[in-house]
Design a protein around this ligand. Structure first.
Ligand SMILES: [Zn+2]
Length: 239
């Protein structure tokens, strides 16, 4: 049994998602985050021709703070969904907009991913294959260190199209970076399509029942959602 861990650079995925959705062409296309680890595992099984245990899926993300007019409740709900519904382990870093003027806009995402992957790499028997979902060169040192201690690397990325290069060319040109052919998400969109089914939900605010495709733990009916939106737009005008 080969053990693998999946490390997702959420910032990279966030930027590539619109491209993937557009590529699919379907208006209703949504990325199925539960299907993503399954796809990676199946791909590894095909490559290795042996059983694979995907031990854990890490998602490294950012959350905006001190951003004028921005409510980060949706980001919180998204990370909550990854935690509770998809069994991801999330590590979320604050992206502070207060210091934007001074040009200090960095967050700790790349270092967070790299250090977590390295810590586990040095714990005996935790994983054999690091699956890294990213496209930035920032991970080159991490990959080199992991390979120097015998870990195998699978890059999960997107192929892109004319004018859009989600993977840095230095990655693809260096023959000593990866142990498997890159798993391109663009080629597996059929397996990443979220299938939604309508079900009866009870509004957490007014108690009304309504058919909905939302699967979140909380649910607000359309009337309550519209009211909330109106309230927020008023607040924005006044504030
Ligand atoms: Zn309601």
């Amino acid at each position: 049994m080969v053990k693998a861990m999946l490390f997702i650079d959420g910032s990279w995925l966030y930027h590539v998602r619109p491209y993937l959705l557009n590529l699919d062409g379907r208006q209703d296309f949504e990325l199925d985050y539960r299907a993503l680890p399954n796809l990676v595992r199946s791909y590894l099984i095909t490559q290795l021709e042996m059983p694979v245990d995907l031990v854990r899926t890490y998602y490294f993300g950012t959350i905006a703070i001190n951003k004028p007019g921005h409510d980060n409740v949706r980001e919180k709900q998204f990370y909550d969904m990854l935690n509770k519904r998809c069994n991801y382990h999330t590590e979320i870093f604050e992206y502070d907009f207060k210091n934007r003027e001074t040009g200090r806009r960095e967050n700790c995402l790349e270092v967070g991913l790299s250090s977590t992957a390295l810590v586990h790499a040095f714990q005996p028997g935790v994983y054999d294959v690091a699956c890294i979902l990213a496209g930035d060169l920032d991970y080159q040192p991490l990959i080199k260190h992991l390979r120097s201690i015998g870990k195998r690397i699978l890059l999960v990325a997107a192929k892109g199209s004319a004018g859009f290069y989600p993977v840095h060319p230095k990655f693809t040109e260096d023959p000593n970076m990866f142990d498997f052919p890159i798993l391109f998400l663009d080629e597996h969109l059929d397996k990443l399509h979220l299938q939604r089914t309508e079900q009866m939900r009870t509004c957490d605010s007014c108690g009304k029942e309504e058919l909905s495709v939302f699967t979140s733990d909380w649910f607000y009916c359309k009337t309550c959602r519209d009211e909330y939106r109106l309230l927020r737009s008023r607040q924005n005008i006044e504030g």
